[in-house]
Design a protein around this ligand. Structure first.
Ligand SMILES: Cc1cc2nc3c(=O)[nH]c(=O)nc-3n(C[C@H](O)[C@H](O)[C@H](O)COP(=O)(O)OP(=O)(O)OC[C@H]3O[C@@H](n4cnc5c(N)ncnc54)[C@H](O)[C@@H]3O)c2cc1C
Length: 468
C-alpha cells in the first residue's frame, strides 16, 4: 500500500465511502446479499487511474506484492464480474476518460476506456457520426467495460456488436506491459489479439483505450410495428428478412406477456409484437421498410400502431432497480441466450415452461432483440416470489440452472451479451468443452501466472484463484 501511495499519491483512496462504492457490480445476488447483511469485503484501496501509466504502475506493484486486482468501469455488469475478494485493490478506469483523437475522413475515434458510453456517443455525434453501440446501460457503462464484457447494443442487427465496431485497443497486461493493436481496417497477422480481450472480463488485462470505427449518422429513420398470433409466428419473418439481406438496426420481437406490458395501446391483447426501426439513406429506408412489411404480412403479421416504436425509443433505457423488488420478497433477473433459427421456437417454449415450474414463479417471458443471418438471441425475464423470503437466493439459482440446462439441451449458446462473471462460471465447461476451457486456462496462466487479475471470474476452475 505504501508503495502504491508513493507512486500514485492521491489517486489511491482508502476512505470507507469510496471502498464501499467499489465492492461489487449490479448483480442481483450481490444486491440481495447487501440487503440481507451478507455484503462481501470492500477493497483495501481504490486506485482512480488517470492514465495508462497509472494502470501499468498499479498492476506492476500489485503483482510484485501478490495482491489481487479487480478492474472497475461503470459497475453496471449484471453477472457478478465484480465482487471484490479479501485483500484486493480495485483499479477504476473512470478517470481515463474523454476523446483522444477523431478522424472524420477515416471514421475513427479513440476514447479513454473509462469514458461513459453516452459521452463517447454524444461526442462523435457532434461531428455528424455515430458509434452505433447502444446498450440499454449506455448512461452507466464505460467503453472499456463494453469491450471487457463483449457487450451488445440495441441497434446491433444493423450496426453489429462491440466486436464489429472496435478498430483497435490499448490494454495493460497483468505484468504492467502495454499492448497496442495497430489501427488497420483488417489484418492477416495471426489470431486477432483484440478478440482475446473482448469478453475477458478483467482477467487478462485492463483495457485503457478503445478506438472505434464509426459511421455517419443516418439521413432518415422510420419505425414500423406488426403483431402476430404467437411469439413463434414472429420468428420466421425475422429469419426471412435477415436472409434476404435487410438490416434494420432495431428488430425486437416480444412475446404476448411482454407486448402487453410494453405496448398496451399498440398491440391487441395476447398477441406478440414486432417493432422495427429502419435507418439509412431515404431511398433505402423506403425500400427496406416496404420489403420487411411484405415479409411480415406474408408470415401472418398485421400492422400495429407504429407510434409504439417512438415509445420504445423514448423509454427504452428506463429500468427499475432491483432493490424495491427484493425488499418485497420478489427475486428477478434477465438471462440472454442465443440459438440458430432451427432451435429458437423450442428454446422459447422449453425455457419459459421450465421457469414456470419453479415454486413462486410469477412471470416468465421473453423477447428477441439481436438477430443474425443464422439465428437470434432470446432475452428471458423471470420474476418470482417464493413463499418464504429466505428462499429468494435458492429460487434465483434454480431459475438460472433451468435456463442454462434447457439452453444447452436445446443446443443454444448460454450467453449472448451479459458475459459469464460468477453467475455462469460453472456452466462454461459445458459451453466451451474441456479443450476450450483449457485454452482459456493456458492463456490465463501465461499472462497472469499467479491468478491475481480479477480472480474468481469467468474461469470455472477455482485453482485459478490467487495461490498466495
Ligand atoms: C440497466 C442495465 C442495462 C444493461 N443493458 C445492457 C445491454 O443492452 N447490452 C449489454 O451488453 N449489457 C448490458 N448491461 C450489462 C452491462 O452494462 C454491460 O456488461 C457493460 O458492458 C458493463 O460495462 P461497465 O463499464 O459498467 O463494466 P463493469 O460493470 O465495471 O465491469 C464489468 C466487467 O468488466 C471488467 N472491466 C470493466 N472495465 C474494464 C477495463 N477497462 N478493462 C478490463 N476489464 C474491465 C470488470 O472487472 C468486470 O469483470 C446492462 C446493465 C444494466 C444494469
Amino acid at each position: 500500500m505504501s508503495r502504491l501511495r508513493a507512486s500514485l499519491g492521491e489517486r489511491v483512496s482508502t476512505d470507507a465511502e469510496t471502498l464501499a462504492a467499489h465492492r461489487r457490480d449490479t448483480w442481483v445476488l450481490s444486491e440481495l446479499d447487501d440487503l440481507e447483511g451478507r455484503s462481501g469485503p470492500p477493497p483495501v484501496a481504490v486506485v482512480a487511474a488517470a492514465s495508462t501509466e497509472d494502470v501499468s504502475t498499479a498492476l506492476g506493484l500489485c503483482r510484485a506484492a501478490r495482491i489481487p486486482v479487480v478492474p472497475y468501469g461503470g459497475g453496471s455488469g449484471v453477472c457478478g464480474g465484480i465482487r471484490v475478494p479479501e485483500g484486493a485493490v480495485v483499479v477504476s478506469t473512470r478517470g481515463i476518460a474523454g476523446l483522444v483523437d477523431l478522424d472524420a475522413a477515416c471514421l475513427t475515434a479513440s476514447f479513454g476506456a473509462g469514458t461513459l458510453g453516452i459521452d463517447a456517443e454524444q461526442r462523435v455525434q457532434q461531428e455528424g457520426l455515430t458509434i452505433g453501440q447502444w446498450p440499454q446501460s449506455i448512461d452507466l457503462s464505460t467503453v472499456g467495460g463494453w469491450v471487457a464484457t463483449r457487450a451488445a447494443g440495441q441497434f446491433s442487427t444493423g450496426y453489429g456488436n462491440i466486436e464489429d465496431v472496435v478498430l483497435a485497443l490499448e490494454v495493460v497486461l497483468p505484468d504492467g506491459t502495454v499492448l497496442r493493436t495497430r489501427r488497420t481496417p483488417r489484418a492477416s497477422t495471426g489470431p486477432d489479439l483484440r478478440q482475446l480481450f473482448m469478453g475477458s472480463e478483467g482477467t487478462l488485462g485492463v483495457v485503457t483505450q478503445v478506438t472505434f470505427s464509426l459511421r455517419p449518422l443516418p439521413e432518415a429513420r422510420r419505425g414500423r410495428a406488426y403483431h402476430f398470433a404467437h411469439f413463434q409466428d414472429g420468428i420466421e419473418p425475422l429469419r426471412r428478412l435477415l436472409r434476404d439481406g435487410w438490416r434494420p438496426p432495431v428488430l425486437r420481437l416480444y412475446d404476448a406477456a411482454e407486448s402487453g406490458r410494453h405496448f398496451p395501446d399498440a398491440c391487441p391483447a395476447d398477441r406478440a409484437m414486432l417493432i422495427v426501426l429502419h435507418e439509412g439513406a431515404e431511398g433505402l429506408v423506403e425500400l427496406e421498410s416496404n420489403a420487411v412489411a411484405e415479409i411480415c404480412h406474408a408470415c401472418g403479421g398485421a400492422d400495429a400502431d407504429a407510434s409504439a416504436v417512438d415509445h420504445w425509443l423514448r423509454d427504452r433505457n428506463k429500468v427499475p432497480g432491483f432493490r424495491g423488488f427484493l425488499e418485497k420478497g420478489i427475486i428477478l433477473d434477465t438471462i440472454e441466450v442465443a440459438a440458430t433459427w432451427d432451435r429458437v421456437a423450442a428454446l422459447y417454449e422449453r425455457v419459459t415452461a421450465s421457469l414456470r415450474e419453479v415454486p413462486g414463479m410469477l412471470l416468465a417471458s421473453s423477447h428477441s432483440s439481436h438477430s443474425y443471418r443464422s439465428g437470434t438471441n432470446l432475452y428471458f425475464t423471470f420474476v418470482a416470489r417464493p413463499d418464504d423470503r429466505a428462499r429468494m437466493a435458492e429460487t434465483y439459482r434454480e431459475s438460472w440452472r433451468r435456463v442454462m440446462e434447457t439452453t444447452l439441451a436445446v443446443g443454444g449458446g448460454i450467453a449472448h451479451h451479459h458475459g459469464i462473471g460468477r453467475v455462469r462460471r460453472d456452466v462454461l465447461m459445458q459451453e466451451l468443452g474441456e479443450a476450450g476451457v483449457g485454452v482459456l486456462r493456458a492463456l490465463k496462466r501465461a499472462l497472469d501466472p499467479d491468478g491475481l487479475l480479477n480472480p474468481g471470474v469467468l474461469l470455472p476452475d477455482p485453482s485459478d484463484a490467487p495461490r498466495s
